[in-house]
Design a protein around this ligand. Structure first.
Ligand code: WTA
Length: 650
């Protein structure tokens, strides 16, 4: 049977929520879900006020929402502190001696921090940051591996009102430098190195290179790998000296609900990544509400989200969302196949993980590595599985359900973005019947639709643009330093609505099927990259005259990067040059952006107005391979047509 036909057959399967699950879930029934949706529809502001009331506030807001498109202010006049909500309140309760963080390093070392201990650590870190001259409103950059200090640093920043900007440890020194300059960070928190597949990622070296010509005055360094680092005693400070010596008491002040909490850089359609800015009260409301509902978090759970804190998923579902709910979070530093392809299953087995949240690209890799690896471990502690980051193909969904979930665990396929701050579309585990490959319905409170370019709703099964009609608490507030780009990108495409950049359709049951990006953003192994950003990196190489980058469907990564390059005259286009260019992209952006394939061409196909015809290149790039099974053939065609009607297209 061809992949496409098999996909269609699997898509038609339906899975009712398991009854024993429904009985205990936070939102246990389909009727309950419809009721909550109705409550939100009737009075959205009262609905969100009730959700925000589950958090601690120093001063209650006077106005739930001020909305003057595209500018939203939520819980206006309210003051709170994100760190107090995630830590202090639990440390002051029976949860004081409950595990907040269960941590495992790649080499196998472990640490456990209770809420009481986490409280002590965030207070010391807050004092250390203040002593290093950080004040409320200053950006702090965090460039750390997945160690407990990463979560502690984020929480300490939130505590003192210094917005953080976390930079994924896989980004190069160049990419880090761009983000440091754009955010004007004064302090960087990093480590001597991080472990990845048994090797050390030289984080401190990258920081040393990146901070030239930036406003960074101090660097706080966690000792992790014991590797040799260059040390500037005027600027560099060891975490184990500075933080460990700091006073363990820090009185937290409340911040305005709209005080910036963090910015996180993400790829858009241009060469320059944008700093997505999130604020305090609304963001935490969305992260806490979605964590509780979608993951049905309970006190006895061990929740493991495999995302790195360098991505938004790591912000909302490793740190803020679960901790706001007083949950126990597992954090793992390294690669999924170190030392063997069963590392994740071994972790689940040993720590008795009950809720597991990962990306389709990882699931497809596990499928490929073989069923024997999960079969070696006792996965009976699992009760719920999640997926995020890209469309999950029905085959991977079915494999996940049977081989990992033992046909017992519901799967929540969650759609959201860096910009939305928290999960927007997802089944609720005790309530929503699922269909493999569909993210199902919007969470109560969100008004999401699939529309045509003119903003009218699409008919059932008609492909269109995913759009959000009303503001929501955890929405981005701006692109840091470029409000005009924010307005244009998100509210300039479809009148009166937030435009997500994704193509989608809704089926006859109103379920959402996300088809992928319609702009020049590509999704490689769950990582969001801009084709223009990779093109800029390529043309910055002295041997390159011109470059065009497209994504082609890939069975494992969802999309693979294909670069068409015209070398400068006199340069020979050979394998050595391809290798050199791949390495160049890795230094400019990071290994995650390295093209899978480089094709040399004498010239690139262009329109009369001189624009590169990407559509044609996409066809050429995918022509030589079979289409990936990530979406059905039909979806691919629709997406292509949507992309063509999109304003930024050729
Ligand atoms: C894609 C990650 C299909 C989508 C949280 C979106 C998905 C982009 C899903 C955001 C899903 C995320 N099904 N596609 N469940 N989740 N996406 O900002 O294209 O890194 O626009 O946020 O990932 O990526 P970002």
């Amino acid at each position: 049977m061809s992949n496409a036909i098999e996909s269609v057959l699997t898509e038609r399967r339906r899975f009712p929520p398991p009854a024993e699950f429904a009985a205990a879930a936070h939102l246990g029934t389909w009727e309950g879900l419809l009721e909550l949706e109705e409550e939100a529809r009737k009075n959205p502001e009262a609905f969100w006020a009730a959700r925000a009331s589950e958090l601690w506030w120093d001063h209650r807001w006077h106005t739930v929402l001020q909305w003057q498109a595209p500018d939203a202010r939520w819980f206006v006049g309210g003051t709170t502190n994100v760190c107090v909500n995630c830590v202090d309140r639990h440390a002051a309760s029976w949860r004081r001696n409950k595990a907040a963080l269960l941590w495992e390093g790649e080499p196998g070392d472990t640490r456990v921090l209770t809420y009481g201990q986490l409280h002590r650590e965030v207070q010391k870190t807050a004092n250390a940051l203040l002593a290093l001259g950080v004040s409320s409103g200053d950006f702090v950059a965090i460039y750390l591996p997945m160690v407990p200090e990463a979560a502690i640093a984020m929480l300490a920043c939130a505590r003192i009102g210094a917005p953080h900007t976390v930079v994924f440890g896989g980004f190069s020194a160049e990419a880090l430098a761009d983000r440091l300059r754009d955010s004007r960070a004064k302090l960087v928190i990093t480590a001597d190195g991080g472990w990845r597949r048994g090797a050390v990622v030289p984080l401190k070296d990258n920081v040393d290179k990146a901070i030239v010509d930036t406003e960074v005055r101090n660097v706080l360094v966690v000792r992790r790998t014991n590797s040799a680092v260059v040390w500037d005693p005027k600027r560099d400070h060891w975490w184990h000296e500075t933080v460990d010596r700091a006073a363990p008491i820090h009185r937290a002040h409340a911040h305005d609900s709209e005080h910036p909490l963090f910015s996180l850089y993400t790829s858009g359609t241009t060469g320059k990544p944008k700093g997505i800015l999130h604020t305090t009260g609304g963001y935490l409301t969305g992260a806490a509400y979605s964590s509780r509902l979608v993951f049905d978090l309970r006190d006895e759970d061990v929740f493991w989200c495999t995302a790195d804190i360098g991505w938004v998923t790591g912000h909302s579902y490793v740190v803020y969302g679960p901790l706001a709910n007083g949950a126990t979070v597992l954090m793992y530093e390294g690669a999924p196949n170190q030392p063997g392809p069963d590392r994740f299953w071994d972790i689940i087995d040993r720590w008795r993980v009950s809720v597991f949240y990962t990306a389709p690209t990882a699931i497809r890799a596990f499928m490929r590595w073989g069923d024997e690896w999960p079969a070696r471990h006792d996965l009976s502690s699992l009760r719920l599985l999640g997926s995020v980051g890209e469309p999950i193909n029905p085959e991977a969904w079915m494999w996940y359900r049977s081989r990992i979930g033992g046909d017992r665990c519901p799967i929540v396929d969650t759609w959201w973005q860096t910009e939305t701050g928290s999960i927007m579309i997802s089944p609720l585990p005790g309530a929503t019947p699922t269909k493999p490959g569909s993210a199902t319905r919007a969470l109560p409170g969100y008004d999401i639709d699939v529309v045509r370019k003119d903003g009218t709703s699409c008919a059932p099964n008609e492909g269109g643009f995913l759009a959000i009609r009303r503001p929501w608490p955890s929405m981005l507030r701006t692109i840091y330093g470029d409000h005009e780009r924010f307005t244009k990108t998100y509210f300039g495409e479809i009148a009166g609505m937030y435009f997500a950049g994704d193509g989608a359709r809704r089926d006859e049951d109103g379920y959402f099927w996300i088809m992928g990006r319609v702009d020049d953003v590509i999704n490689v192994a769950g990582h969001r990259l801009s084709t223009m950003e990779i093109e800029s990196a390529l043309v910055s190489h002295p041997k390159v005259a011109e470059a065009a980058v497209v994504g082609r469907p890939d069975d494992l990564k969802g999309q693979a990067i294909v670069a068409f390059v015209t070398p400068r005259s006199g340069v020979s286009a050979d394998e050595a040059l391809a290798t050199e260019l791949r390495a160049h992209v890795a230094t400019q952006i990071g290994a995650l952006a390295r093209p899978e394939e480089i094709r040399f061409a004498d010239a690139l196909p262009k329109t009369r107005s001189g624009k590169i015809m990407r559509r044609l290149l996409r066809e050429v790039a995918s022509g030589s391979t079979t289409r990936g099974d990530t979406t059905t053939l039909e979806d691919q065609g629709v997406l292509e047509r949507l992309a063509q009607s999109f304003a930024h297209e050729d």
